[in-house]
Design a protein around this ligand. Sequence first.
Ligand SMILES: C[S@@+](CC[C@H](N)C(=O)[O-])C[C@H]1O[C@@H](n2cnc3c(N)ncnc32)[C@H](O)[C@@H]1O
Length: 313
Amino acid sequence: MMPKDREEPMGEFRRDLDAEDSLHVPHSARVWNRFLGGKECYDVDRSAAADITDICPGMGAAVRQARGFLVRAVHHLAAQEGVGQFLDVGCGLPMPEVFPRPYPDRIVHQPSPHAPTPWPATHDLHEVARRAAPDARVLYVDNDPVVGAHAHALLTCGRDGVDFIDADLRDPGDILSQARELLDFSKPIAVVLGAVLGHLGVDPLDPHAALTDPQQARPETRAVVDALIAALPRGSFLAAYDLDGGDPEAREAMLVFCDHGASPYLPLPRRLFGELFDGLEVLPPGVVRPEQWRPLREPDADAPVWCAVGRKL
Ligand SMILES: C[S@@+](CC[C@H](N)C(=O)[O-])C[C@H]1O[C@@H](n2cnc3c(N)ncnc32)[C@H](O)[C@@H]1O
């Protein structure tokens, strides 16, 4: 399963991958793009996605459900909670246009009186936020250079109030100091963490140890989230989702991903995911599967993902 020219897993999230390395090692942003129906991925990513699907056949649907949650959560925050600033850390690649709409054309449960325009063709976070709040500011953050190149070309590209910074979630102080230049920290900000927390807190030299013990404490993950939330004013939000570390198929699938040489991903079980919202007011319906978070139609799947939105009081 390991790429032929590698003797050991990559471990740490490598910032020094060159284009040649990239061809041989799957990357979570590109594998996610594959699951979402995009084409911004290499053979290694397609092969990793196929092996993940062999172990966890519901993974593709889970990723799409999870993105659907993010779209509904961002729409809700912009349209109903008056949030005008979003900090999307681990933003990933731009959304493929083929991504199926996670809602019908007519919004049923969350109508926005300020959103007369049609839904955008794609569901990048700034498009969803700006549909409800046209002046919304969005700051995308990622530590992957390929993601950065796509973000500059397709997400920010001269749009006022939409920016990208190259920063690492493991250094929340750096994210915050760069973000202060671009966002107004006297007004509410929604921090968005979509399928990125699992990259934290894994020993790169022994990723399997952590992956086989899902309940293992995750002090780094907790510290990073706490540091981000502490810097926000009251009335700010955390919107997050992650794979369910308590689901044996999802966990096994991430072991396979890791064995492909990818940066290890350790999914969070419900208890650890829920603890990230300690001290916040978790919006109804709570910590749930993505298809249960204010669904626009009957839930039809049980994706191995936890998601929630919390308000800083
Ligand atoms: C699985 S993708 C999720 C993309 C997007 N948030 C979504 O929900 O579709 C994980 C993203 O997190 C980024 N990432 C991983 N570790 C990171 C870190 N330490 N700091 C910043 N970004 C990171 C990856 O580059 C990738 O774009």
